[in-house]
Write a protein that binds this ligand. Structure first.
Ligand code: GUN
Length: 293
């Protein structure tokens, strides 16, 4: 069994991005600029945004954080998005989710200029990704494919079972795994809460991507010997053993599943650290106008 070290790969990618940014600056090019909008004071969101801003610094990007109180109206927020859409210095921006209930997330996502949508959530980016056109791919699916690529894990002709059908992980990662590309070219089965023979399907899988958000859901008796297991789960489970009082727990019963796998991602330190890299990569592409002019 080989552990997939997402933290080490993410550090490597950050170094690669930093080197490219240094080169761009040395050539007199524009410093890539990411803006992040955060609304309210959700603890998780504030931590994620702080990480994103810090990572921008690490690779030499300019970043701008725009923080608004939860009382901001939808109209005001849409006004702020319009300003960022029109600001020529901002290459890409994201609106951290979730948003307060009185604001429509879908309206917000669709208000972002798709050419600056470095989260890859806009329907134009999702649609283009689905039909294999250049696009901003959302962070978690892109991070998963990058890990498969860097560990040289063969996907062509393999049976990949995705557990979960969310718009930000299950659906896009399924599309990418079936794409005529490398990684890709897999036969993909998407399972979800209504799937009847989930265990049977998982036992047929060469690659399992668990993204349903249910701690330790995937058990050893659901995994074939030699399978590759990618764990996307990040549920905060209460724990008396940590300082914070909770422990990040994946969708895989790691202790019992790992011995059966050829490769497996841990939680934390697997897919998680890769997601910020994907955001940085998209921002770099946006800065270079590499996808859209
Ligand atoms: N909330 C949790 N993950 C994400 C993400 O990747 N992007 C945004 N904008 N919000 C999130």
């Amino acid at each position: 069994m080989q552990l997939i070290d997402g933290k080490a790969v993410a550090d490597q990618i950050k170094q690669e991005i930093a080197a490219e940014v240094a080169q761009i600056k040395a050539n007199g090019g524009k410093t890539p600029h990411l803006a992040v909008i955060i609304v309210g004071h959700d603890g998780g969101s504030e931590t994620y945004v702080a990480h994103k801003v810090k990572s921008c610094e690490q690779v030499g990007f300019k970043s701008t954080k725009l923080a608004f109180e939860a009382s901001i109206t939808e109209e005001e927020l849409l006004g702020q998005i319009k300003l960022l859409n029109e600001d020529p210095d901002v290459d890409g921006f994201i609106v951290q989710l979730p948003l307060p209930k009185h604001i429509s997330e879908q309206k917000v996502i669709e208000a972002i200029d798709y050419r600056k949508d470095v989260d890859g959530f806009h329907p134009i980016n999702v649609g283009r990704m689905s039909i294999g056109l250049p696009s901003f791919v959302s962070a978690t699916p892109a991070g998963i494919l990058e890990l498969l690529k860097r560990y040289d894990i063969k996907t062509s002709g393999k049976h990949c079972v995705v557990i979960g059908r969310s718009n930000i992980v299950g659906k896009p990662v399924s599309m990418l795994m079936m794409q005529k590309a490398c990684p890709g070219d897999a036969t993909v089965t998407v399972c979800h809460s209504r799937t009847k023979n989930l265990k049977e399907l998982c036992l047929q899988a060469d690659i399992i991507i668990a993204a349903l958000g249910s701690p330790k859901f995937l058990k050893a008796d659901m995994v074939k010997e030699g399978a590759v297991v990618i764990d996307v789960g990040t549920t905060r489970v209460p724990s008396p053993l940590t300082k914070t009082g909770f422990k990040l727990t994946g969708d895989v019963d790691f202790e019992n599943v790992a011995p059966k796998c050829s490769y497996i991602t841990p939680v934390p330190g697997g897919v998680g650290p890769m997601t910020i890299c994907s955001l940085l990569r998209n921002t770099l592409l946006a800065g270079k106008k590499a996808i859209y002019k």
